[in-house]
Design a protein around this ligand. Structure first.
Ligand SMILES: *[C@@H]1O[C@H](CO)[C@@H](O)[C@H](O)[C@H]1NC(C)=O
Ligand SMILES: *[C@@H]1O[C@H](CO)[C@@H](O)[C@H](O)[C@H]1NC(C)=O
Length: 208
């Protein structure tokens, strides 16, 4: 085994260990009861003001997540629950944008009956609408590139505006400066021509 292979194997082992310890324990905020040896767990996380789905044990058989503050479920978060038989996930303020698609599909596969009473809270057009009835149009498309692109546009516009303002200031300054210059030239011309003219007319008068 070379060094790279060893590092990969060690990393994998640590990951596996972490994964196992993470998914074998009862979530700290929930009430877990054993349904008997080898029969799995009942995990009651209901009415706990949860904002995120906690890490769940793999042998979860009954999962209660109703009456919380869940808005979304990260993709893949519930994929490991292979022995699940019952799930309650209603009474949550679901945000039904494109990211809710994972929960919709997972519930369609896992429990049609619990999908029936899941309703959206946001965005406004789909408020109180059952998640099951949502169409692709209403869910929208996940435009992951859009925020980056609009940010690029934002910076480009900001630079253009800055350049425009600087140009305006420079033009204004140049105009002011040139006016001053013209004025100074005029004054100097007057200073020169004034006495000369006077002397000339004086001379002329004397000659007359
Ligand atoms: C946990 O669940 C058990 C069995 O359902 C119940 O008797 C107990 O009161 C629950 N504890 C809490 C804190 O909800
Ligand atoms: C929902 O949860 C809140 C606490 O977060 C609790 O006060 C309320 O009684 C619960 N409602 C139901 C219907 O269980």
């Amino acid at each position: 085994m070379n060094k790279a292979e060893f590092t990969t194997a060690a990393g994998f082992a640590i990951l596996l260990l972490f994964h196992m310890t993470q998914t074998e324990v009862c979530p700290p905020s929930c009430n877990c009861t054993s349904l008997g040896e080898m029969k799995g767990l009942q995990i009651d996380c209901s009415s706990r003001k949860l904002k995120e789905v906690p890490a769940l044990p793999v042998n979860t058989k009954k999962l209660y997540l109703q009456n919380n503050s869940l808005t979304t479920v990260p993709p893949g978060a519930l994929d490991g629950l292979l022995s699940l038989e019952e799930v309650k996930i209603f009474d949550n303020p679901w945000n039904c944008d494109c990211h809710i698609l994972y929960l919709k599909l997972w519930l369609e596969d896992t429990s049609e009956s619990s999908l029936a009473n899941v309703r959206c809270a946001t965005p406004a057009p789909v408020r109180m609408k059952p998640l099951r009835q949502l169409t692709g149009n209403e869910l929208g498309i996940c435009k992951r590139l859009l925020p980056i692109k609009s940010l690029e546009f934002f910076w480009r516009d900001l630079i253009l505006i800055a350049v425009a303002i600087t140009t305006l200031i420079l033009v204004a300054w140049a105009l002011k400066f040139s006016k001053k210059l013209v004025y100074q030239i005029n004054v100097r011309q007057y200073d020169f021509s004034g006495p000369l003219l006077q002397r000339y007319s004086f001379k002329n008068r004397k000659l007359q």
